[in-house]
Design a protein around this ligand. Structure first.
Ligand SMILES: C[S@@+](CC[C@H](N)C(=O)[O-])C[C@H]1O[C@@H](n2cnc3c(N)ncnc32)[C@H](O)[C@@H]1O
Length: 310
């Protein structure tokens, strides 16, 4: 799916002057980094903004959404046949859901006409249905609702009301936010609201208690295309997308016994894992080479389930 998405993005760039795209990329990156995107200043105001977003952000938001949806597949005991994506932008969540469940039916609600038009152009043969609507006034229902990188663009009041309406409209909700401390706090607020609505948190938390950390986030690594490097003045051939996420459901869950919540440290002869555990506590686990869990610990990555007895 990465390959198809990259090919679709390359086609969308045909004929777009690079110097103009570079200017838009710089402006858009700055506004998203400093969280200056909201009702009064939407991120994608015209076609070039949408192209800039799709080139520099969509591969990363796709990867983060794919990771969160993979956690839903692993930890929620239900099948998903219908999907509603709120604030879909250029369609990253639809691409991610289709990669995991090729026959899923996807509806997308998005406000900006330029994002919808580009999303439809990128999707070409996919049969996703797009509706131009504001998230303050929407209706719909599905097995699965995704809200990817949207809460940060809403006021506190609209954000809470969106989560509450979504809770009445789906069995499973997947929320992804930037992996920043404010992104983590917005995810936690959604977590509290959803627990109040009778949802169970399926991932990343292995428990339903208060979050024991002040900044829970994860990372997805993705290749950078040559164009991406040129547009962002980067030299590395990969980027790491940091994100916070939540999978909440009314369906039965297959909870993780514990999850690795930081990048593992591997000093000589041992592995140090920061875990969030089913008791609701964060715990540091040191696994020496002599331990039979050492091999598993060596292979563990940030965000993985840890299911060795400790
Ligand atoms: C950062 S983009 C994320 C797009 C996509 N979900 C992704 O992950 O790549 C946020 C999207 O939410 C949309 N959005 C923000 N506020 C909205 C609102 N009140 N009604 C509808 N869409 C909204 C924006 O237009 C934008 O496309």
């Amino acid at each position: 799916m990465d390959t198809q998405l990259h090919a679709a993005l390359a086609r969308a760039l045909d004929g777009v002057p690079h110097h103009e795209l570079r200017r838009r990329v710089a402006a858009l990156s700055h506004r998203y980094r400093t969280e200056q995107v909201d009702d009064a200043a939407p991120g994608m105001r015209d076609h070039l903004d949408a192209v800039a977003y799709a080139v520099i952000r969509m591969p990363a938001t796709f990867r983060a959404l794919y990771a969160a949806l993979s956690a839903a597949e692993r930890h929620v005991d239900a099948s998903f046949t219908t999907h509603l994506d709120l604030g879909g932008g250029t369609g990253a969540a639809a691409w991610a859901a289709a990669s995991l469940w090729p026959t899923i039916t996807t509806d997308i609600i998005e406000r900006q006409p330029a994002a919808i038009a580009l999303g439809q152009q990128l999707a070409s043969s996919n049969s996703w249905r797009w509706t131009a609507a504001d998230l303050r006034h929407w209706s719909g229902s599905a097995d699965l609702i995704t809200i990817g990188y949207v809460l940060n663009e809403l006021s506190d009041h609209v954000r809470d009301s969106l989560i509450q309406t979504a809770a009445r409209s789906a069995t499973t909700l997947v929320i992804v936010e930037p992996g920043t401390p404010p992104g983590h706090r917005r995810t936690l607020r959604a977590r509290d609201l959803l627990i109040d609505h009778g949802f169970t948190i399926a991932a990343p938390c292995p428990h339903q208690r208060e979050c024991p950390t002040d900044w829970c986030h994860f990372a997805a690594r993705l290749p950078r295309t040559e164009l991406h490097r040129v547009l962002k003045d980067g030299t590395r051939n990969y980027e790491e997308e940091r994100f916070s996420y939540l999978v909440a459901t009314r369906a039965p869950v297959r909870p993780a016994p514990a999850r690795v919540i930081r990048r593992p440290d591997r000093p000589k002869g041992r592995v140090v894992l920061e875990l969030c555990t089913s008791t609701g506590a964060a715990q540091q686990l040191t696994v020496p080479r002599s331990d039979e869990a050492y091999r598993a610990a060596r292979g563990a990555s940030w965000g993985d389930v840890w299911d060795q007895s400790s």
